[in-house]
Design a protein around this ligand. Sequence first.
Ligand code: SAM
Length: 274
Amino acid sequence: MRVDVVSIFGEYLAPLSLSLIGRARAQGLLDVRVHDLREHAHDRHRTVDDTPYGGGAGLLMKPEPWGEALDAVLAAPPAGDDGRGPVLLVPSPVGEVFSQAAAVELSAEPWLVFACGRYEGIDARVVEHYRARGVRVREVSLGDYVLNGGEVAVLVVVEAVARLLPGVVGNAASLTEESHAAEHDGLLEHPAYTKPASWRGLDVPAVLAGGDHGAVARWRREQALRRTARRRPDLLAHLDPARCTAADLRVLAEEGFAPDGASGFGPAPGAVAH
Ligand code: SAM
């Protein structure tokens, strides 16, 4: 996968040389290229920002350097590009909230381009222009809060996407057994333990050391359902009742949830939340 990042703070992306992502780059699984937006600002001070029309606090990123920088990136597709071009990801608090499902979709793409905003963001015409040109633009938000710039979002999205690429994470099975994985019905993961069996008076649940794989699987499923119901009941709205066993339905009923008549689960009528 090729990843191009345009930013005024390229140094911010140094962590992409570390750990599994750094190794994936060294192995040629991931080709990350960082571009300095200021290379495309041509005044003496290499200015990339200006005051907003209509007034208001702060400065906005000017469209001209962005247009020039993105045109240059788009003009140099990776070898074997199928002509569809990249997905252009624009981190922004007004974007779709980034999710594991989005990470899975993006991991199937050969080419991602990131445009990192700073100041009060990027002139709105930049997104409008590239959409109109047929570029697949996705504005992505990390969540309902405001950061100083898009670089942190790039670190998050690239890590979440790259770990799904074949060969990046040693044990591929671990990817499907995690929280939010579709194979795991989008549930939160069960609690997990390692040795020692007893620590500071806290014992590992006996079923996990009992050697009965079926019992372990049932315990983990039950814990995943209970945890999700208690911590993230919103996720149960996407749990397909058709994928639930009678035992799952009983556990969810105990937690106060029932099939909601649509495609997921909601609070059971008269249920008391835990
Ligand atoms: N004025 C913008 C607003 O109110 O929506 C916020 C701009 S923010 C200070 C500057 C940059 O940080 C954004 O252009 C974006 O690149 C990044 N950013 C801030 N919050 C973010 C979030 N929740 N998710 C992704 N990127 C974010």
